[in-house]
Design a protein around this ligand. Structure first.
Ligand code: MG
Length: 286
């Protein structure tokens, strides 16, 4: 099933998006939080055929979930992107020749970065002149746990969505750490909804990103260096994952710093991301 969070008559609601993506069936108004759906999913029954249906183009979609703590993110998790990043001069503390890491690079973005489909992303021109896009497959945790083994990890995944890990490259370079450059307000567009794990083959999804209609990123999640199970095992080692935690799995090649000269976002640019059957996430930069 596909669960969306949206505004209906100015009220936040959760609903189920139908198979052809034209209608949304609002859940009972007492369910106002995606975490409630995640925690009660075992008892969840899809709305009946006679349930209320609202045309999707008549509602304002919101980010499907705003996690209670930072979004976990993975850096340099596609080979070609690791190469373009290493060659860009924007990687703080890069070791020459070491394009592929032995361990995944993990950082985080605060929940205040999250915006929804169609929302504007602020360029923060007084802070940075090198804002870049990163199309990413994101995992939403269902069953929490610590020290999760890779072979059990997929049992902890509730669903998948799309994230744009927007990055201020100059901040990333200057501060020799990724947090500041990744954490400006509005720097984490997410959506359009969460597709439950039973409907997703997460190791074979096309990841595509367009800027103003021009295809920039085009890869497949099978090319992840560190697989989703291995990432969950690594992150949960001694650190309890909670239901509703989000892990962004890294971006493929084709980001702005991969071009010579680099191609940074400017006011009015539109970034559109499409991943497998997970929908489309489009945002304008202002
Ligand atoms: Mg990223």
């Amino acid at each position: 099933m596909r669960f969306a969070r949206f505004l209906l008559d100015s009220t936040e609601r959760i609903g189920v998006v139908d198979a052809d993506g034209r209608f949304i069936q609002p859940l009972d108004a007492s369910v106002s939080d995606m975490l409630q759906v995640i925690e009660q999913y075992a008892e969840f029954r899809s709305p009946g055929a006679n349930a209320e249906k609202v045309p999707l183009d008549k509602v304002k979609l919101l980010a499907p979930i705003v996690p209670r703590r930072n979004v976990f993110c993975v850096g340099k998790n596609y080979r070609e992107h690791a190469k373009e990043f290493a060659g860009s001069g924007y990687e703080a503390g890069a070791v020459k020749g070491a394009e592929i890491d032995e361990y995944p690079a993990v950082f985080s973005k605060p929940p205040t970065t999250i915006v929804g489909p169609g929302d504007d992303v602020q360029l923060h021109a007084h802070v940075t002149t090198s804002v870049d896009y990163e199309a990413e497959l994101a995992v939403v945790i269902g069953k929490g746990g610590r020290d999760i083994r890779a072979e059990d990890a997929l049992q902890h995944v509730w669903g998948y969505t799309i994230v744009n890990d927007v990055t201020a490259r100059d901040r990333q370079r200057h501060h020799k750490q990724w947090f500041l450059g990744k954490s400006l307000d509005t720097f984490c567009p997410m959506g359009p909804w969460i597709t439950t794990a039973d409907q997703v083959k997460s190791d074979d999804l096309d990841v595509k990103c367009w800027v103003n209609g021009e295809l920039r990123q085009n890869a497949n999640s099978r090319d992840l260096i560190f697989s989703i199970p291995s990432l969950i095992a690594t992150i949960s080692a001694g650190l309890e994952l909670h239901p509703g935690d989000v892990i962004a799995t890294g971006t493929p090649a084709g980001v702005g710093i991969g071009f010579n000269p680099p191609w940074f976002l400017k006011a009015g640019d539109e970034v559109k991301i499409e991943i497998g059957g997970l929908g489309t996430l489009t945002n304008r930069f202002v």
